[in-house]
Design a protein around this ligand. Structure first.
Ligand SMILES: [Zn+2]
Length: 309
């Protein structure tokens, strides 16, 4: 058998096969149209899932979402002004393989770091926002992550603005050694100075928030919200069980367990998050700005209504 025979054998019977249409004209659905929910195991249409803010319509499981999408669904349209977008980590202690991992993280996430910070409006209220990104090395906290968060707090302190931080993290970035652990103290210092200025800090814990991030700014919010069923932990359950030699309770380290124990103030479903954040900002003194666009839209609506009458 020569090589051309092999290619003839492997060639699809029907050219449409490559486009997700079966050779025998049976309907075939490309995989990306459906997503299997990891909790209830039901197939969910991707379009339905996106429309539902990536929450399973059958069991309310909150799929993880990237930082950009989080910003898009949380802030007023077009209001986000990013800080320090070009800041990025380098292999500061020459840790083996870290340079390659950083390069891959940048390529896979399309971001320069594991946190995006900036200025935004939520329900018309101006706030400084920091959103961690699980798609970049599982949101691990390196020196640049700490620096960006610290700078965001300092900006908020200087301009008398509240801060909202969405956390998701595997903890401190071990590839930066002690320098990553130092970010816990550095960010906490910035949070304290912001707090001393009498300003509001809200954290929103999302799945998973662990390690050095939990042990620093994630748990330092004046108000701590969480998405349902989020894993919130410092160390893993096995390490704790081995240390204290006790069996841990069921659902230990879940948002709901922490709510019961008083570590979390409220568990907020994703579709209510924007409204709750707006209410909290207004309650603590933020004055909603009505954008020109909104006024124009209102006028257009009034015209539409009068035409109907
Ligand atoms: Zn489900």
């Amino acid at each position: 058998m020569n090589t051309s025979d092999i290619f003839n054998f492997l060639k699809p019977k029907n050219e449409l096969e490559n486009q997700g249409v079966a050779a025998d004209n049976q309907p075939c659905i490309p995989n990306e149209l459906w997503v299997k929910c990891p909790v209830c195991k039901n197939p969910v249409l991707s379009a339905d899932l996106n429309e539902n803010l990536k929450v399973c319509p059958k069991c309310s499981y909150h799929f993880r979402i990237g930082a950009r999408q989080r910003i898009e669904i949380t802030v007023d349209e077009g209001s986000f002004e990013e800080f320090d977008a070009d800041m990025t980590s380098v292999n500061i202690i020459d840790f083996p393989d870290y340079s390659r991992k950083l390069k891959n993280a940048k390529l896979n996430s399309g971001e320069n770091e594991s946190v995006i910070t900036g200025l935004a409006r939520i329900g018309g209220c101006q706030t400084v926002l920091a959103v961690m990104n699980s798609q970049f090395m599982m949101g691990s906290m390196g020196t640049v992550t700490g620096e960006k968060i610290t700078k965001a707090f300092e900006y908020a302190t200087d301009h008398s603005l509240p801060v909202i931080v969405f956390t998701v993290s595997g903890g401190a970035r071990m590839q930066e050694g002690i320098l990553s652990l130092m970010q816990m103290a550095k960010t906490s210092g910035a949070v304290k100075r912001h707090s001393d200025a009498g300003l509001l800090y809200i954290t929103v814990l999302t799945d998973p928030t662990t390690g050095g991030v939990t042990a620093s700014f994630a748990m330092e919010g004046d108000i701590i919200l969480s998405e349902p069923k989020a894993l919130i932990a410092f160390a893993g359950p096995r390490v704790i069980e081995q240390t204290i030699r006790q069996k841990l309770p069921k659902d230990f380290q879940s948002a709901e367990f922490l709510l019961e124990k008083g570590f979390v103030d409220r568990v907020v479903p994703r579709n209510e998050m924007r409204d709750i954040l707006t209410d909290l900002l207004v309650l603590h003194g933020s004055v909603p700005e009505i954008s020109e666009q909104t006024e124009e839209e209102e006028k257009a609506e009034e015209v539409e209504e009068s035409e109907r009458i």
